[in-house]
Design a protein around this ligand. Structure first.
Ligand SMILES: CC(C)(COP(=O)(O)OP(=O)(O)OC[C@H]1O[C@@H](n2cnc3c(N)ncnc32)[C@H](O)[C@@H]1OP(=O)(O)O)[C@@H](O)C(=O)NCCC(=O)NCCS
Length: 206
């Protein structure tokens, strides 16, 4: 049986483990806080332990919710020689003409359409859909039920909240946050947090 190391045994790691187990992987967790076992899978050590011992595994995936932290660990593990692995839940539909970057996780019922491209370490959460010709840079996270229309461009480490929707041909910058239920109908500059229908910048307290 192929051995997969999952960095992060929190709720996201448990979701990744369930999909990986369905694909036939034997799973071990690494986590800086949790010890013992999680959902019947042993926690073998910390992130530093995984970095030192990654050669024992056929595949490694970082299951860390924070986009920048996840990307940073993927790059560190890759530099150390780990085989960064992509997990696509068996219930997903991925177009044969789409590209899914290494270390990405596609959760239950997510969809990647014709000609779409996902960077390294992306997360498509439950039933998120990425329509034709969309381009997601590294470490983008689409929360459950996000809907991207065709030809949407999303910059590195951006996070779209549950149920948000994006009009076709929109450009979203890096490190953007779109709140739960946002309707994105215009381009969004890097670093902005937007909410609402239509999505507008969230006013920060002074
Ligand atoms: C947008 C978001 C990041 C803002 O979080 P925050 O900075 O902690 O903001 P707060 O919760 O303090 O809310 C600030 C204000 O924005 C409003 N607001 C927050 N999120 C909103 C949303 N999605 N739509 C509309 N208004 C929103 C709040 O009602 C509040 O308004 P008020 O000042 O008039 O009371 C967060 O609400 C959100 O939507 N996160 C996405 C969660 C998600 O999808 N998780 C999935 C995990 S897989």
């Amino acid at each position: 049986m192929m051995r997969l190391a999952i960095l992060g045994a929190g709720s996201h790691g448990r979701v990744v483990a369930e999909s990986a187990a369905a694909l036939g992987w034997s799973i071990s967790f690494f986590d800086d806080v949790r010890t013992g076992s999680v959902d019947g899978h042993a926690v073998l050590g910390t992130a530093a332990d995984l970095l030192a011992g990654q050669t024992q595994f056929d595949g490694v995936i970082a299951a860390i919710g924070d986009n920048r932290t996840r990307l940073d660990w993927i790059l560190r593990l890759r530099t150390a020689g780990a085989t960064i692995t992509t997990i696509v839940d068996p219930s997903c539909r991925v177009s044969p003409s789409a590209h899914v970057g290494e270390g990405s996780f596609l959760a239950c019922a997510s969809i990647v359409g014709t000609g779409a491209s996902l960077g390294v370490g992306c997360i498509l959460n439950t039933a998120a859909s990425v329509d034709h010709d969309c381009r997601l840079a590294d470490a983008v996270h689409l929360s459950p039920g996000v809907r991207l229309s065709g030809n949407v461009d999303i910059g590195e480490a951006s996070w779209l909240g549950t149920g948000s929707s994006v009009r076709n041909n929109i450009v979203i910058g890096r490190d953007v946050v779109a709140g739960v239920g946002s309707a994105v109908v215009g381009n969004i500059a890097s670093g902005q947090t937007v909410v609402g229908v239509p999505a507008r910048p969230l006013e920060q307290p002074n």
